[in-house]
Design a protein around this ligand. Structure first.
Ligand SMILES: [Cu+2]
Length: 546
Protein backbone atom coordinates (compact mmCIF):
# COMPACT_ATOMS: atom_id res chain seq x y z
CA UNK A 1 0.00 0.00 0.00
CA UNK A 2 1.57 3.40 -1.01
CA UNK A 3 2.32 5.99 1.64
CA UNK A 4 -0.29 8.39 0.31
CA UNK A 5 -3.13 5.84 0.63
CA UNK A 6 -2.17 5.28 4.27
CA UNK A 7 -2.50 9.00 5.07
CA UNK A 8 -6.09 9.09 3.85
CA UNK A 9 -7.36 6.38 6.21
CA UNK A 10 -10.14 7.58 8.51
CA UNK A 11 -9.10 8.13 12.17
CA UNK A 12 -9.27 4.97 14.32
CA UNK A 13 -9.01 4.72 18.10
CA UNK A 14 -5.59 6.03 19.05
CA UNK A 15 -3.17 4.35 21.47
CA UNK A 16 -4.11 6.67 24.31
CA UNK A 17 -7.81 5.88 24.15
CA UNK A 18 -7.57 2.23 23.10
CA UNK A 19 -9.27 0.02 25.66
CA UNK A 20 -6.84 -2.65 26.89
CA UNK A 21 -7.22 -5.34 29.54
CA UNK A 22 -6.37 -2.84 32.29
CA UNK A 23 -8.00 0.49 33.20
CA UNK A 24 -6.70 3.80 34.51
CA UNK A 25 -3.12 4.23 35.68
CA UNK A 26 -2.43 0.47 35.56
CA UNK A 27 -3.11 0.55 31.81
CA UNK A 28 -0.15 2.89 31.63
CA UNK A 29 2.43 1.74 34.20
CA UNK A 30 1.96 -1.91 33.19
CA UNK A 31 1.69 -1.21 29.45
CA UNK A 32 4.18 -2.78 27.06
CA UNK A 33 3.16 -0.45 24.19
CA UNK A 34 6.32 1.40 23.09
CA UNK A 35 4.35 4.64 22.67
CA UNK A 36 2.95 4.54 26.20
CA UNK A 37 6.40 3.65 27.57
CA UNK A 38 7.83 6.65 25.70
CA UNK A 39 5.29 8.92 27.37
CA UNK A 40 5.90 7.33 30.79
CA UNK A 41 9.58 8.23 30.37
CA UNK A 42 8.58 11.75 29.31
CA UNK A 43 6.56 12.27 32.51
CA UNK A 44 9.23 10.83 34.82
CA UNK A 45 12.00 12.67 33.01
CA UNK A 46 10.05 15.94 33.08
CA UNK A 47 9.76 15.74 36.87
CA UNK A 48 13.48 14.97 37.30
CA UNK A 49 14.35 17.80 34.87
CA UNK A 50 12.35 20.26 36.97
CA UNK A 51 14.27 19.18 40.08
CA UNK A 52 17.57 19.43 38.20
CA UNK A 53 16.73 22.93 36.94
CA UNK A 54 15.82 24.01 40.48
CA UNK A 55 19.23 22.87 41.73
CA UNK A 56 20.88 24.71 38.84
CA UNK A 57 19.00 27.86 39.75
CA UNK A 58 20.15 27.55 43.38
CA UNK A 59 23.79 27.12 42.30
CA UNK A 60 23.58 30.31 40.25
CA UNK A 61 21.84 32.18 43.05
CA UNK A 62 24.59 31.19 45.49
CA UNK A 63 27.27 32.37 43.04
CA UNK A 64 25.66 35.76 42.31
CA UNK A 65 28.17 37.28 44.77
CA UNK A 66 31.32 36.10 46.59
CA UNK A 67 30.86 34.62 50.08
CA UNK A 68 27.70 33.06 51.44
CA UNK A 69 24.47 34.05 49.65
CA UNK A 70 21.73 31.45 50.28
CA UNK A 71 23.43 28.25 51.52
CA UNK A 72 26.45 26.82 53.38
CA UNK A 73 29.44 25.36 51.53
CA UNK A 74 28.52 21.76 52.46
CA UNK A 75 25.02 22.20 51.06
CA UNK A 76 26.47 23.79 47.91
CA UNK A 77 28.63 20.68 47.33
CA UNK A 78 25.59 18.43 47.59
CA UNK A 79 23.47 20.67 45.37
CA UNK A 80 25.93 20.61 42.44
CA UNK A 81 26.45 16.86 42.96
CA UNK A 82 22.72 16.18 42.72
CA UNK A 83 22.35 18.64 39.81
CA UNK A 84 24.96 16.63 37.90
CA UNK A 85 23.58 13.19 38.77
CA UNK A 86 19.98 14.16 37.92
CA UNK A 87 20.75 16.03 34.70
CA UNK A 88 23.10 13.35 33.35
CA UNK A 89 21.52 10.06 34.45
CA UNK A 90 17.87 11.14 34.69
CA UNK A 91 17.48 13.69 31.88
CA UNK A 92 20.17 13.81 29.17
CA UNK A 93 21.01 10.08 28.87
CA UNK A 94 17.37 8.88 28.74
CA UNK A 95 16.10 12.10 27.04
CA UNK A 96 15.91 11.35 23.33
CA UNK A 97 16.40 7.56 23.22
CA UNK A 98 13.96 6.57 25.98
CA UNK A 99 11.23 9.10 25.18
CA UNK A 100 11.37 9.77 21.44
CA UNK A 101 13.33 6.64 20.50
CA UNK A 102 10.76 4.47 22.24
CA UNK A 103 7.85 6.31 20.66
CA UNK A 104 9.21 6.71 17.13
CA UNK A 105 11.88 4.05 16.40
CA UNK A 106 9.34 1.29 15.57
CA UNK A 107 7.16 3.71 13.55
CA UNK A 108 10.11 5.12 11.58
CA UNK A 109 11.20 1.63 10.45
CA UNK A 110 7.62 0.47 9.79
CA UNK A 111 7.17 -1.84 12.81
CA UNK A 112 4.44 -2.29 15.40
CA UNK A 113 6.69 -2.29 18.50
CA UNK A 114 10.25 -2.95 19.70
CA UNK A 115 11.68 -6.49 19.83
CA UNK A 116 11.27 -6.96 23.62
CA UNK A 117 8.21 -4.99 24.85
CA UNK A 118 8.24 -6.40 28.40
CA UNK A 119 11.97 -5.74 28.74
CA UNK A 120 11.15 -2.23 27.59
CA UNK A 121 8.66 -1.81 30.43
CA UNK A 122 11.22 -3.22 32.88
CA UNK A 123 13.74 -0.60 31.70
CA UNK A 124 11.21 2.10 32.61
CA UNK A 125 10.63 0.64 36.09
CA UNK A 126 14.41 0.46 36.66
CA UNK A 127 14.60 4.10 35.57
CA UNK A 128 11.96 5.14 38.08
CA UNK A 129 13.55 3.00 40.82
CA UNK A 130 16.98 4.54 40.17
CA UNK A 131 15.50 8.03 40.18
CA UNK A 132 13.72 7.44 43.48
CA UNK A 133 16.91 6.04 45.03
CA UNK A 134 18.77 9.21 44.05
CA UNK A 135 16.01 11.39 45.54
CA UNK A 136 15.70 9.31 48.71
CA UNK A 137 19.48 9.57 49.27
CA UNK A 138 18.90 13.29 49.90
CA UNK A 139 16.78 12.63 52.98
CA UNK A 140 18.66 9.74 54.59
CA UNK A 141 20.79 10.53 57.68
CA UNK A 142 24.29 11.61 56.63
CA UNK A 143 22.96 13.99 53.98
CA UNK A 144 23.13 13.87 50.18
CA UNK A 145 26.38 12.91 48.40
CA UNK A 146 28.82 15.84 48.02
CA UNK A 147 31.40 14.24 45.70
CA UNK A 148 30.38 15.68 42.32
CA UNK A 149 28.73 13.33 39.76
CA UNK A 150 32.13 11.76 39.05
CA UNK A 151 32.46 10.19 42.56
CA UNK A 152 36.25 10.67 42.46
CA UNK A 153 38.42 8.64 44.84
CA UNK A 154 39.61 8.99 47.59
CA UNK A 155 36.96 11.56 48.66
CA UNK A 156 33.99 9.35 47.67
CA UNK A 157 35.19 6.51 49.94
CA UNK A 158 35.94 8.87 52.84
CA UNK A 159 33.09 11.43 52.94
CA UNK A 160 30.37 10.64 55.47
CA UNK A 161 27.54 11.64 53.12
CA UNK A 162 25.14 9.17 51.40
CA UNK A 163 27.43 8.05 48.60
CA UNK A 164 26.31 4.40 48.52
CA UNK A 165 22.59 5.11 47.74
CA UNK A 166 23.73 7.55 45.03
CA UNK A 167 26.10 4.95 43.55
CA UNK A 168 23.39 2.28 43.59
CA UNK A 169 20.97 4.73 41.96
CA UNK A 170 23.45 5.32 39.10
CA UNK A 171 24.05 1.55 38.86
CA UNK A 172 20.30 0.85 38.54
CA UNK A 173 19.87 3.61 35.95
CA UNK A 174 22.74 2.09 34.01
CA UNK A 175 20.78 -1.13 33.71
CA UNK A 176 17.77 0.73 32.36
CA UNK A 177 20.05 2.19 29.71
CA UNK A 178 21.59 -1.20 28.81
CA UNK A 179 18.16 -2.80 28.36
CA UNK A 180 17.05 0.07 26.13
CA UNK A 181 20.19 -0.38 24.03
CA UNK A 182 19.58 -4.13 23.64
CA UNK A 183 16.02 -3.42 22.54
CA UNK A 184 16.94 -0.79 19.98
CA UNK A 185 19.84 -2.67 18.37
CA UNK A 186 17.74 -5.83 18.05
CA UNK A 187 14.70 -3.96 16.73
CA UNK A 188 16.74 -2.25 13.98
CA UNK A 189 18.18 -5.60 12.91
CA UNK A 190 14.94 -7.58 13.08
CA UNK A 191 11.82 -5.49 12.60
CA UNK A 192 12.40 -3.22 9.60
CA UNK A 193 9.48 -3.16 7.14
CA UNK A 194 9.89 -4.72 3.66
CA UNK A 195 12.03 -2.39 1.57
CA UNK A 196 13.36 -0.51 4.62
CA UNK A 197 16.99 -1.24 3.77
CA UNK A 198 19.79 0.19 5.91
CA UNK A 199 20.29 3.12 3.54
CA UNK A 200 16.59 3.95 3.51
CA UNK A 201 16.44 4.24 7.29
CA UNK A 202 15.87 7.73 8.72
CA UNK A 203 19.11 9.13 10.20
CA UNK A 204 17.55 9.28 13.66
CA UNK A 205 17.53 5.48 13.53
CA UNK A 206 21.24 5.32 12.59
CA UNK A 207 22.02 7.54 15.57
CA UNK A 208 19.90 5.40 17.95
CA UNK A 209 21.54 2.26 16.56
CA UNK A 210 25.05 3.61 17.23
CA UNK A 211 23.93 4.83 20.66
CA UNK A 212 22.45 1.42 21.44
CA UNK A 213 25.81 -0.28 20.93
CA UNK A 214 27.54 2.23 23.22
CA UNK A 215 24.82 1.72 25.87
CA UNK A 216 25.29 -2.07 25.71
CA UNK A 217 29.11 -2.16 25.56
CA UNK A 218 30.19 0.81 27.74
CA UNK A 219 27.58 1.01 30.50
CA UNK A 220 28.54 -2.31 32.18
CA UNK A 221 32.03 -0.85 32.78
CA UNK A 222 30.76 2.02 34.91
CA UNK A 223 28.29 -0.36 36.56
CA UNK A 224 31.09 -2.60 37.81
CA UNK A 225 33.25 0.37 38.76
CA UNK A 226 30.54 1.97 40.91
CA UNK A 227 29.85 -1.40 42.56
CA UNK A 228 33.57 -1.67 43.42
CA UNK A 229 33.37 1.70 45.17
CA UNK A 230 30.37 0.43 47.16
CA UNK A 231 32.38 -2.68 48.13
CA UNK A 232 35.40 -0.55 49.08
CA UNK A 233 33.24 1.77 51.22
CA UNK A 234 31.21 -1.02 52.81
CA UNK A 235 33.93 -3.66 53.32
CA UNK A 236 37.14 -1.55 53.35
CA UNK A 237 38.71 -3.64 50.56
CA UNK A 238 41.60 -1.70 48.94
CA UNK A 239 40.76 -1.23 45.25
CA UNK A 240 40.97 2.51 44.56
CA UNK A 241 41.82 4.15 47.92
CA UNK A 242 45.60 4.63 48.22
CA UNK A 243 45.33 4.41 52.00
CA UNK A 244 44.14 0.82 51.47
CA UNK A 245 46.73 0.06 48.79
CA UNK A 246 44.35 0.96 45.98
CA UNK A 247 44.88 3.19 42.93
CA UNK A 248 42.72 6.32 42.51
CA UNK A 249 43.91 6.80 38.91
CA UNK A 250 42.62 3.33 38.05
CA UNK A 251 39.20 4.56 39.18
CA UNK A 252 39.43 7.56 36.84
CA UNK A 253 40.36 5.35 33.89
CA UNK A 254 37.46 2.97 34.52
CA UNK A 255 35.04 5.83 35.15
CA UNK A 256 35.93 7.71 31.95
CA UNK A 257 36.14 4.55 29.78
CA UNK A 258 32.33 4.68 30.16
CA UNK A 259 31.72 8.35 30.79
CA UNK A 260 33.33 9.69 27.65
CA UNK A 261 31.45 7.27 25.36
CA UNK A 262 28.47 8.23 27.55
CA UNK A 263 28.68 11.78 26.17
CA UNK A 264 27.93 10.20 22.80
CA UNK A 265 24.97 8.31 24.27
CA UNK A 266 23.86 11.84 25.17
CA UNK A 267 24.63 13.70 21.92
CA UNK A 268 24.23 11.12 19.10
CA UNK A 269 20.41 10.82 19.35
CA UNK A 270 20.16 14.63 19.33
CA UNK A 271 22.33 14.74 16.21
CA UNK A 272 19.99 12.17 14.64
CA UNK A 273 17.00 14.32 15.51
CA UNK A 274 18.57 17.39 13.89
CA UNK A 275 19.06 15.31 10.72
CA UNK A 276 15.27 14.67 10.80
CA UNK A 277 14.24 18.31 11.31
CA UNK A 278 16.60 20.19 8.96
CA UNK A 279 15.42 18.61 5.64
CA UNK A 280 11.74 19.04 6.55
CA UNK A 281 11.97 22.79 7.29
CA UNK A 282 14.50 23.51 4.54
CA UNK A 283 12.42 21.47 2.06
CA UNK A 284 15.65 19.91 0.81
CA UNK A 285 16.82 16.33 0.52
CA UNK A 286 19.54 15.94 3.17
CA UNK A 287 23.11 16.55 1.92
CA UNK A 288 25.37 13.51 2.16
CA UNK A 289 22.99 10.95 3.71
CA UNK A 290 25.51 8.10 3.89
CA UNK A 291 28.26 10.34 5.31
CA UNK A 292 25.93 11.36 8.13
CA UNK A 293 24.90 7.74 8.70
CA UNK A 294 28.49 6.51 8.86
CA UNK A 295 29.61 9.45 10.98
CA UNK A 296 27.27 8.20 13.73
CA UNK A 297 29.04 4.83 13.69
CA UNK A 298 32.46 6.50 13.51
CA UNK A 299 31.64 8.68 16.53
CA UNK A 300 30.59 5.61 18.53
CA UNK A 301 33.81 3.77 17.60
CA UNK A 302 36.33 6.63 17.93
CA UNK A 303 34.51 7.98 20.98
CA UNK A 304 35.51 4.91 22.95
CA UNK A 305 39.22 5.64 22.42
CA UNK A 306 39.59 9.15 23.92
CA UNK A 307 38.60 8.80 27.59
CA UNK A 308 41.93 9.86 29.09
CA UNK A 309 41.57 13.43 27.78
CA UNK A 310 39.75 13.96 31.07
CA UNK A 311 42.94 13.02 32.88
CA UNK A 312 45.72 15.07 31.29
CA UNK A 313 46.60 16.50 34.72
CA UNK A 314 46.97 13.18 36.62
CA UNK A 315 50.58 12.64 35.57
CA UNK A 316 50.25 10.23 32.61
CA UNK A 317 53.30 9.62 30.39
CA UNK A 318 53.95 12.10 27.57
CA UNK A 319 53.36 9.34 25.04
CA UNK A 320 49.95 8.53 26.49
CA UNK A 321 49.08 12.22 26.58
CA UNK A 322 49.81 13.00 22.94
CA UNK A 323 48.11 9.81 21.78
CA UNK A 324 44.87 10.74 23.61
CA UNK A 325 45.23 14.32 22.42
CA UNK A 326 45.51 13.16 18.79
CA UNK A 327 42.54 10.80 19.16
CA UNK A 328 40.51 13.65 20.65
CA UNK A 329 41.19 15.76 17.55
CA UNK A 330 40.22 12.80 15.32
CA UNK A 331 36.85 12.20 17.00
CA UNK A 332 35.83 15.77 16.16
CA UNK A 333 35.95 14.98 12.42
CA UNK A 334 32.73 12.89 12.17
CA UNK A 335 30.94 15.53 14.28
CA UNK A 336 32.17 18.24 11.93
CA UNK A 337 30.90 16.21 8.95
CA UNK A 338 27.40 16.33 10.45
CA UNK A 339 27.53 20.10 11.02
CA UNK A 340 28.87 20.63 7.49
CA UNK A 341 26.12 18.48 5.97
CA UNK A 342 23.35 20.17 7.98
CA UNK A 343 24.55 23.60 6.85
CA UNK A 344 24.88 22.33 3.25
CA UNK A 345 21.28 21.10 3.41
CA UNK A 346 20.18 24.58 4.49
CA UNK A 347 22.04 26.17 1.57
CA UNK A 348 19.48 27.33 -1.03
CA UNK A 349 16.69 25.72 1.00
CA UNK A 350 13.26 27.34 1.42
CA UNK A 351 13.57 27.62 5.15
CA UNK A 352 10.51 27.77 7.38
CA UNK A 353 11.31 29.05 10.87
CA UNK A 354 8.78 26.91 12.72
CA UNK A 355 9.47 26.20 16.43
CA UNK A 356 11.23 22.82 15.83
CA UNK A 357 13.54 24.51 13.28
CA UNK A 358 14.42 27.36 15.66
CA UNK A 359 15.58 24.90 18.31
CA UNK A 360 17.44 22.89 15.63
CA UNK A 361 19.29 25.96 14.34
CA UNK A 362 20.21 26.95 17.92
CA UNK A 363 21.50 23.38 18.36
CA UNK A 364 23.86 23.78 15.40
CA UNK A 365 25.12 27.15 16.70
CA UNK A 366 25.65 26.04 20.31
CA UNK A 367 26.92 22.55 19.50
CA UNK A 368 29.55 24.17 17.27
CA UNK A 369 30.71 26.38 20.18
CA UNK A 370 30.74 23.32 22.41
CA UNK A 371 32.66 21.37 19.77
CA UNK A 372 35.30 24.01 19.17
CA UNK A 373 35.90 24.50 22.89
CA UNK A 374 36.25 20.71 23.13
CA UNK A 375 38.95 20.80 20.49
CA UNK A 376 40.74 23.48 22.52
CA UNK A 377 40.88 21.11 25.47
CA UNK A 378 42.40 18.40 23.31
CA UNK A 379 45.48 20.63 23.06
CA UNK A 380 47.67 19.55 25.99
CA UNK A 381 49.10 22.93 26.96
CA UNK A 382 45.69 24.62 26.94
CA UNK A 383 44.14 21.71 28.80
CA UNK A 384 46.58 22.15 31.70
CA UNK A 385 45.35 25.74 32.00
CA UNK A 386 41.63 25.06 31.57
CA UNK A 387 41.23 21.77 33.46
CA UNK A 388 38.76 21.98 36.38
CA UNK A 389 37.84 25.61 35.62
CA UNK A 390 34.43 27.04 34.79
CA UNK A 391 35.57 26.97 31.13
CA UNK A 392 34.91 23.23 31.30
CA UNK A 393 31.49 23.84 32.87
CA UNK A 394 30.60 26.19 30.01
CA UNK A 395 31.96 23.71 27.43
CA UNK A 396 29.90 20.71 28.51
CA UNK A 397 26.76 22.80 29.04
CA UNK A 398 27.11 24.09 25.46
CA UNK A 399 27.30 20.49 24.24
CA UNK A 400 24.89 18.80 26.66
CA UNK A 401 22.32 21.54 27.23
CA UNK A 402 22.93 23.76 24.19
CA UNK A 403 23.14 20.55 22.14
CA UNK A 404 21.14 17.66 23.54
CA UNK A 405 18.82 19.81 25.67
CA UNK A 406 17.84 21.95 22.67
CA UNK A 407 17.61 18.71 20.65
CA UNK A 408 15.04 17.42 23.15
CA UNK A 409 13.09 20.71 22.89
CA UNK A 410 13.24 20.48 19.06
CA UNK A 411 11.97 16.88 19.20
CA UNK A 412 9.18 17.92 21.56
CA UNK A 413 7.95 20.66 19.21
CA UNK A 414 8.44 18.51 16.08
CA UNK A 415 6.66 15.36 17.23
CA UNK A 416 4.13 16.86 19.71
CA UNK A 417 1.34 16.96 17.07
CA UNK A 418 2.00 13.33 16.12
CA UNK A 419 2.18 12.07 19.72
CA UNK A 420 -0.89 13.89 21.01
CA UNK A 421 -2.91 14.78 17.87
CA UNK A 422 -2.99 18.45 18.92
CA UNK A 423 -1.10 21.62 18.01
CA UNK A 424 0.48 24.02 20.50
CA UNK A 425 0.47 27.80 20.09
CA UNK A 426 3.35 28.55 17.72
CA UNK A 427 3.71 32.24 18.61
CA UNK A 428 4.12 31.42 22.31
CA UNK A 429 6.51 28.61 21.37
CA UNK A 430 8.64 31.10 19.43
CA UNK A 431 8.71 33.57 22.35
CA UNK A 432 9.68 30.82 24.77
CA UNK A 433 12.45 29.81 22.33
CA UNK A 434 13.84 33.36 22.26
CA UNK A 435 13.90 33.57 26.08
CA UNK A 436 15.54 30.14 26.37
CA UNK A 437 18.13 30.97 23.68
CA UNK A 438 19.08 34.34 25.18
CA UNK A 439 19.00 33.02 28.77
CA UNK A 440 21.18 30.05 27.86
CA UNK A 441 23.92 32.09 26.19
CA UNK A 442 23.91 34.84 28.85
CA UNK A 443 24.19 32.13 31.53
CA UNK A 444 27.00 29.99 30.08
CA UNK A 445 29.15 32.22 27.81
CA UNK A 446 30.53 34.35 30.69
CA UNK A 447 31.74 31.12 32.30
CA UNK A 448 34.14 30.58 29.37
CA UNK A 449 35.73 33.96 30.12
CA UNK A 450 35.81 33.42 33.90
CA UNK A 451 37.33 29.97 33.44
CA UNK A 452 39.98 31.26 31.05
CA UNK A 453 40.82 33.86 33.71
CA UNK A 454 41.26 31.04 36.26
CA UNK A 455 37.85 30.65 37.99
CA UNK A 456 37.80 27.07 39.33
CA UNK A 457 34.69 24.89 38.93
CA UNK A 458 32.81 23.53 41.96
CA UNK A 459 34.13 26.32 44.23
CA UNK A 460 31.64 27.80 46.71
CA UNK A 461 33.44 31.14 46.91
CA UNK A 462 35.57 33.18 44.53
CA UNK A 463 37.79 36.26 44.13
CA UNK A 464 36.07 39.64 43.57
CA UNK A 465 37.39 39.97 39.99
CA UNK A 466 35.00 37.23 38.90
CA UNK A 467 31.90 38.89 40.37
CA UNK A 468 30.59 40.74 37.30
CA UNK A 469 30.79 37.63 35.11
CA UNK A 470 28.98 35.55 37.74
CA UNK A 471 26.35 38.26 38.17
CA UNK A 472 25.60 38.30 34.42
CA UNK A 473 25.53 34.51 34.37
CA UNK A 474 22.99 34.38 37.21
CA UNK A 475 20.71 36.88 35.42
CA UNK A 476 20.95 34.58 32.41
CA UNK A 477 19.71 31.68 34.52
CA UNK A 478 16.55 33.62 35.43
CA UNK A 479 15.79 34.45 31.77
CA UNK A 480 16.40 30.81 30.85
CA UNK A 481 14.08 29.45 33.54
CA UNK A 482 11.38 31.95 32.56
CA UNK A 483 11.61 30.62 29.00
CA UNK A 484 11.51 27.00 30.15
CA UNK A 485 8.40 27.62 32.27
CA UNK A 486 6.72 29.38 29.34
CA UNK A 487 7.64 26.52 26.96
CA UNK A 488 6.25 23.82 29.28
CA UNK A 489 3.11 25.85 30.03
CA UNK A 490 2.50 26.36 26.32
CA UNK A 491 2.86 22.65 25.56
CA UNK A 492 0.55 21.72 28.44
CA UNK A 493 -2.02 24.22 27.16
CA UNK A 494 -1.68 22.64 23.72
CA UNK A 495 -2.25 19.22 25.24
CA UNK A 496 -5.35 20.48 27.04
CA UNK A 497 -7.11 22.54 24.40
CA UNK A 498 -4.87 22.82 21.34
CA UNK A 499 -6.44 22.63 17.86
CA UNK A 500 -6.59 19.18 16.20
CA UNK A 501 -3.42 18.27 14.35
CA UNK A 502 -3.46 16.64 10.91
CA UNK A 503 -1.41 13.53 10.21
CA UNK A 504 1.33 15.64 8.58
CA UNK A 505 1.35 19.25 9.80
CA UNK A 506 4.98 19.95 8.78
CA UNK A 507 5.08 18.27 5.32
CA UNK A 508 7.44 15.52 6.49
CA UNK A 509 8.30 12.53 4.32
CA UNK A 510 9.19 9.85 6.88
CA UNK A 511 6.77 7.10 7.92
CA UNK A 512 5.37 8.69 11.09
CA UNK A 513 3.75 11.39 8.94
CA UNK A 514 1.87 8.78 6.91
CA UNK A 515 -0.19 7.52 9.85
CA UNK A 516 -2.86 9.26 11.92
CA UNK A 517 -2.15 11.59 14.86
CA UNK A 518 -2.03 10.17 17.53
CA UNK A 519 -1.14 6.75 16.13
CA UNK A 520 -3.22 3.64 16.76
CA UNK A 521 -1.90 0.91 19.08
CA UNK A 522 -0.68 -1.10 16.07
CA UNK A 523 0.83 1.99 14.37
CA UNK A 524 0.01 0.67 10.89
CA UNK A 525 -3.15 -1.05 9.62
CA UNK A 526 -0.84 -2.96 7.27
CA UNK A 527 2.94 -2.96 7.43
CA UNK A 528 4.13 -0.50 4.77
CA UNK A 529 6.34 -1.47 1.82
CA UNK A 530 9.10 1.11 1.51
CA UNK A 531 10.34 2.06 -1.93
CA UNK A 532 12.30 5.28 -1.40
CA UNK A 533 14.86 6.94 0.88
CA UNK A 534 13.68 9.04 3.85
CA UNK A 535 13.99 12.73 2.88
CA UNK A 536 12.81 13.07 -0.72
CA UNK A 537 12.20 16.76 -1.40
CA UNK A 538 13.17 16.52 -5.08
CA UNK A 539 9.77 17.97 -6.06
CA UNK A 540 10.55 21.13 -4.10
CA UNK A 541 14.08 21.26 -5.54
CA UNK A 542 12.55 21.06 -9.04
CA UNK A 543 10.22 23.92 -8.02
CA UNK A 544 7.11 21.66 -8.21
CA UNK A 545 5.51 22.46 -4.87
CA UNK A 546 2.89 19.95 -3.56
CU1 LIG B 1 35.58 13.27 27.13
Amino acid sequence: MSNHALASQSARTDFMRAAGSRKGILSWILSTDHKRIGILYMIAMGIFFAVGVLFGLLIRLELIAPGKTIMEAQTYNSVFTLHGIIMIFLFIIPGLPAVFGNFFLPILIGARDVSFPRLNLLSWWLFVAGGLMAIVSVFLPGGPADTGWTFYIPYSVRTSTNVIPALLAAFTLGFSSILTGINFVTTVHRLRAPGMTWFRMPLFIWSLYATGWVQVLATPIVGITLLLVVVERALGVGIFDPALGGDPILYQHLFWIYSHPAVYIMILPAMGLISEVIPVFARRTIFGYSFIAFSSIAIALLGSLVWAHHMFTVGMSDTAQWIFSLLTFLVSIPSAIKVFNWVSTLYKGSIELEPPMLFALAFIFQFSIGGFTGLMQGALALNMHLHDTSFIVAHFHYVMFGGTGFGIFAAMHYWFPKMFGKMYNKARANVSFILIFIGFNVLYFPLFIAGYMGMPRRYYDYLPEFQSLHFISTIGSWILVLGLIMMVANLLMGLRNGSRASSNPWGGTTLEWTIQSPPTVENFETIPVVATGPYDYSRYERGEHA
